[in-house]
Design a protein around this ligand. Structure first.
Ligand code: ARG
Length: 627
């Protein structure tokens, strides 16, 4: 029904149970039913866990006529409004309610899905949002590495979901195409390739070029000196410097594009250099809010004479201007935020980088480290006028519901040894090599299968299939992990033909297509016509019913994925906050980054403000309050 389409299936069932709870126990006021998918399919489709949590509440109020959670469950069932969705309910275990959906409801839903194709969920409040997703964003004259691979894959997926949901998405490639490194790169180009203008070098191997420049820079004082002057020349618009800079950008751009083509990812470049001219304007806004100050020598681990923005709750400042007047990553990002919020008027800006940049974005955006802790504790910050991140402090983002900045920080890709994924020689793995290797291995497997008669692929199809499966495997292996966690890279597991892998999924998909083709042949029809005719769907087997049940929730899943993109501080359920007022480690830890805490290693966070806030809150004041 239209209702189910609006709130999603889970929402509809939850609505039924919420209504039943208020009918059965009006004395409790409005209680939203706790509803989830059944852990085990054989018990039902959904389960309602509310009886267990309502029971103590009712008992505390004098009984409510219930002697055990099972009574609560039965009372809720008796109060359930009639619904065409529900076939049966049953009480199980300590008192939860299993719900089974009516089979005809499921088969009708899947039939409509087959006929009409997947439809996006309705736009919340009927509003199409303008969303900029800043992802991939490699650095010019450097190779893309596996960190950029994660950003590219996760970012592209976020874009695809938001685009499917009907929003206007800007796919922004914030390439690192500006900054001090260009002094040495331009200088190296001029010394190592003096006739670069007439004979531009073929620089497909950018690492070698970058390393050459770095080596010259480290070895020669003179080279260093010229490089520094070259930066100034480039920034003041010197024609020759700009020419070399453009050449380097073009070469890199070509290399990046090859990777994007292989992965089927679309991006629009709007790199750091784009913001350079706007930086002074943004800094003026920060200055007007009293956010900037000159750093004194020996302070904050930042050079004396640099202009910084020190925010409450952070141990390190944003460096907005170096002592030589140059701008860097921080001022560029402040300016990009200013531009995206105030010039482009984006409703939402999403940044996809490794989790290590979390602090940077907290400082640039609107959060303070205190916010995270108070959020975890579920209490309000006792300090009302605390400084937040710089964008907030500038007076942007005043209406929290209107514009939103968000960092999606992902974990590290590790080698089998648990350390950062490296090549055999100990260098970071070049993305192109990783992609080549995946395809090469898949190719070998396919050739073997063809030779042993297991696969009917013609030789020319083998190349095509190896690429499709290889790239698919790289993407899926990354996407099936929770983005916030680290994972161990393994070609063997990635290319496994069984289990939860891309190879298995693509194989299953190919088989399904072939079943459909055969069915269509039998009826003398084409597959799309067969589907459009609304063929009856019989769900005879349990596995068919289970599959159909998942399929009909695709729309709700998309709607859910669009809501809380923020990767929950992955430790929410497992951080033990030790409310310890000895203060021994307080100062050392006050800037601790909660996102860095490992779920499995319980860690303690010491926070004086938290002790204060928690004692102001009517929660038990035991020394170890676990959240
Ligand atoms: N170029 C950066 C890197 O390679 C990523 C940039 C992310 N975007 C941003 N607006 N800071 O790590």
């Amino acid at each position: 029904s239209a209702d189910v389409a609006g709130q999603g299936l889970l929402g509809s069932i939850r609505g039924l149970f919420t209504a039943a709870i208020s009918k059965a126990f009006p004395e409790l006021g409005h209680v939203e039913a706790a509803l989830g998918k059944c852990a085990q399919y054989k018990h039902g489709d959904f389960q309602c866990n509310s009886p267990m949590s309502l029971y103590p509440l009712l008992k505390a109020r004098g009984g409510g006529g219930v002697a055990k959670p099972h009574d609560v469950a039965r009372a809720i069932i008796a109060a359930l409004p009639p619904s065409p969705l529900v076939e049966s309910t049953s009480v199980a275990g300590p008192g939860f309610i299993n719900v089974r959906l009516r089979p005809t409801f499921i088969s009708d839903a899947v039939r409509a899905l087959a006929r009409d194709g997947p439809a996006p969920p309705p736009l919340p409040a009927n509003r199409k949002l303008k969303i900029a997703v800043d992802f991939s964003s490699p650095n010019i004259a450097k190779e893309m590495h596996v960190g950029h691979l994660r950003s590219t894959i996760i970012g592209d997926t976020i874009c695809r979901i938001l685009e499917f949901a009907g929003h206007a998405v800007l796919r922004v490639n914030h390439v690192g195409d500006w900054g001090t490194q260009f002094g040495m790169l331009i200088n190296h180009m001029k010394t190592a390739y003096p006739d670069f203008l007439t004979h531009p070098p073929n620089l497909t191997d950018l690492t070698t070029f970058y390393k050459g420049a770095k080596q010259a820079f480290d070895e020669s004082e003179e080279f260093k000196d010229v490089s520094r002057k070259t930066v100034v020349k480039l920034q003041s618009g010197d024609a020759e410097c700009l020419q070399v800079w453009k050449l380097l950008c073009e070469i890199s751009r070509g290399e990046f594009q090859k990777v994007y083509d292989r992965l089927g990812v679309r991006l629009e470049e709007c790199g750091e250099s784009f913001y350079n001219k706007m930086i002074p304007g943004t800094l003026d806004k920060m200055e007007a809010k009293g956010l900037l100050k000159m750093n004194e020598k020996g302070l904050l681990k930042v050079e004396g004479g640099a202009t910084v923005c020190m925010l409450d709750g952070f141990t390190y400042p944003l460096i907005v201007r170096k002592s030589d007047g140059g701008y860097g990553y921080d001022s560029t990002d402040m300016t990009a935020v200013d531009y995206r919020l105030n010039t482009l008027g984006c409703d939402w800006v999403i940044y996809v980088t490794d989790a290590g940049q979390r602090s940077h974005f907290d400082m640039v955006f609107e959060r303070s480290h205190f916010d995270m802790v108070f959020e975890l504790l579920g209490v309000d910050d006792p300090v009302a006028d605390r400084d937040r991140g710089a964008a907030k402090a500038c007076g942007w983002l005043q209406d929290a519901s209107a514009q939103r900045l968000e960092h999606v920080g992902f974990g590290v890709v590790q080698g089998e040894d648990g350390k950062r994924f490296k090549s055999r020689s100990g260098d970071t793995v070049r993305l192109v090599d990783l992609l080549d290797e995946a395809v090469k291995r898949m190719h070998a497997t396919l050739v073997e299968r063809v030779a042993s008669g297991k696969s009917p692929l013609s030789p020319e199809k083998v190349d095509e299939a190896a690429a499709a499966i290889g790239y698919g495997a790289v993407k899926y292996f990354d996407l099936r992990q929770h983005p916030a966690t680290n994972y161990v890279f393994s070609y063997d597991r990635m290319l496994d033909t069984r289990g939860n892998t891309a190879v298995y999924l693509q194989f299953a998909h190919a088989r399904l297509c072939s079943i459909l083709r055969k069915a269509a042949d039998e009826q003398g029809a084409r597959v799309p016509d067969l589907l459009a005719s609304g063929v009856p769907i019989t769900l005879a087997h349990d596995a068919e019913r289970a599959l159909a049940f998942e399929l009909m929730q695709a729309r709700g899943a998309v709607a859910n994925a669009c809501r809380p993109l923020t990767i929950e501080h992955n430790s929410r359920a497992c951080v033990v906050l030790r409310l310890d007022d000895t203060g021994a480690q307080r100062s050392a830890r006050s800037g601790v980054e909660l996102t860095r805490l490992q779920p499995r290693k319980l860690q303690c966070v010491y926070f004086t403000d938290v002790v204060e806030a928690a004692s102001a809150h009517p929660q038990p004041r035991d020394k170890h309050a676990s959240l």
